[in-house]
Design a protein around this ligand. Structure first.
Ligand code: ZN
Length: 439
């Protein structure tokens, strides 16, 4: 018997036991999609695949991967149940390419609730907590609904304030005294700015923990990045927990109290890290997070490539869980830069620039040169530009990145204009001029 309702035995089992259990689930899943998924039926048929030969996790590499493009082009063919069994329709965020519709059955909603209860329990949550939920519950987003259901399953309380309106958030905190926030970290910064401008004593508030969604809090070494520090330095009374999730996998990787990466829940996903040739990367290497869903009824996925690059940490965690932990996402596969033989992600450049108060704003541009190598230019918005300052910035970038991008200086207003050209409401911080950017 497990010590805790939301710490299943599988999360403290030996890696071998876990893999054996997952292998049995994989066999069941393959039989299920062979019976019910028009998409995978077609893939198995056209590739002449006999799924009966697949019995262990090592056999996974015999299966083809599923890409976001597959999901976009053949969206309806992934559905394994009749329409009458579907309860909820959600959309992927569509940050790259067109959005994908994901349909969930009653059982899928229960799985989602279970996932979030496991994840919140992992992040020191319990039934005595009250969560203020500052993410959107509607607009076809999965996340807000998943948190709401997970908090209920955990037996904790929930206040659905939704997104934005920092004044209303603080009023609610004062009125109901929640113990935790679920929030996008940059919105927490907005809340702190609002509190300081309006004389709200947030240090004395009831909030003790923040589950941070959607943005990285940490660097690859698990220290807080500039965004994480902007919150923690001003508000040392709270503990920050990073979480990574996506609609397609219907599951989350959330940090425990030790903040050493998001914990994998082996009941819900089989995970692999793959290189550019869809082969598993070596221990400690960066690879594309690739997932196979377990327990999904509506739209199960085999070897789905998330496009997110990370590392895997497999040594047991001090919290007692033996499950793997994923590092902060280094970047999108499409954003990977090869600069003078070094692999680099825009996020690593952001992390450095965000630490420099003299840099008001910035934009990263990448071009292919005649040798088809990536050339990176950082457009810096500086209020008081000087050769000395640019040299300091160059030193900082070189020390951290091991390569030096080209630097160009502008006024912050000029960079702002570059960031918001066209119809996009989101700033274009990373502009990719490489010809091979086909998602
Ligand atoms: Zn842990």
């Amino acid at each position: 018997m497990s010590k805790h309702r939301f710490l299943p035995d599988l999360e403290t089992a030996s890696p071998d036991q876990s893999r054996q259990w997952q292998a049995q689930q994989l066999v069941r899943l393959l039989r299920y999609v062979r019976r019910h998924s028009p998409y995978y039926q077609r893939v198995f048929r056209t590739q002449g695949l006999s799924i009966d030969a697949i019995r262990t996790l090592n056999d996974l590499t015999q299966l083809p991967v599923t890409t976001k493009t597959d999901l976009q082009l053949h969206n309806a063919d992934f559905l394994c149940v009749p329409r009458s069994r579907i309860v909820d329709y959600v959309n992927t965020s569509g940050s790259l390419g067109s959005a994908v519709s994901v349909a969930l059955t009653e059982r899928d909603l229960k799985r989602l609730a279970y996932n979030e209860a496991l994840s919140l329990a992992c992040a020191d949550g319990s039934r005595s907590d009250v969560y203020q939920l500052t993410t959107t519950l509607d607009k076809r987003f999965m996340a807000g609904m998943a948190y709401f259901m997970g908090i209920r399953k955990l037996g904790a309380g929930v206040i659905r304030t939704g997104s934005g309106l920092p004044g209303m958030q603080w009023d609610t905190i004062a009125q109901i005294q929640p113990t935790a926030l679920i929030a996008v970290p940059s919105f927490v910064v907005t809340m702190l700015d609002y509190a300081e401008a309006n004389g709200i004593d947030y240090a004395a508030s009831s909030i003790r923990k923040i589950v941070c969604v959607g943005e990285n809090l940490r660097t690859a070494g698990f220290g807080l990045n500039a965004l994480g520090r902007r919150i923690q330095d001003r508000w040392p009374q709270v503990r920050l927990y990073s979480t990574y999730a996506s609609t397609e996998m219907g599951a989350a990787f959330t940090e425990c109290t030790h903040g050493q990466g998001g914990h994998h829940h082996p009941e819900l996903l089989i995970i692999e890290l793959l290189d550019a040739n869809n082969q598993p990367v070596g221990p400690g290497e960066y690879g594309e997070l690739t997932i196979t869903t377990l327990g999904v009824e509506g739209m199960p996925l085999l070897r789905f490539k998330t496009g997110d690059i990370c590392q895997l940490h497999t040594e047991p965690c001090a919290c007692g869980r033996t499950t793997a932990r994923i590092s902060p996402i280094a970047g999108r596969k499409q954003q990977m830069l090869k600069v003078k033989g070094t692999t680099l992600f825009p996020q690593a450049i952001y992390d450095v620039l965000n630490e420099l108060p003299a840099v008001e704003n910035y934009q990263i541009e990448v071009h292919s040169n005649v040798l088809d190598l990536d050339e990176v230019t950082v457009n810096l918005g500086l209020r008081e530009p000087s050769d000395w300052l640019v040299e300091q910035i160059r030193h900082r970038l070189t020390a951290r990145l091991r390569v030096t991008p080209a630097l160009k200086t502008y006024s912050p207003a000029d960079v702002h204009q570059r960031l918001f050209t066209g119809y996009s409401r989101k700033p274009r911080i990373f502009v990719d001029h490489r010809s091979n950017l086909l998602v």
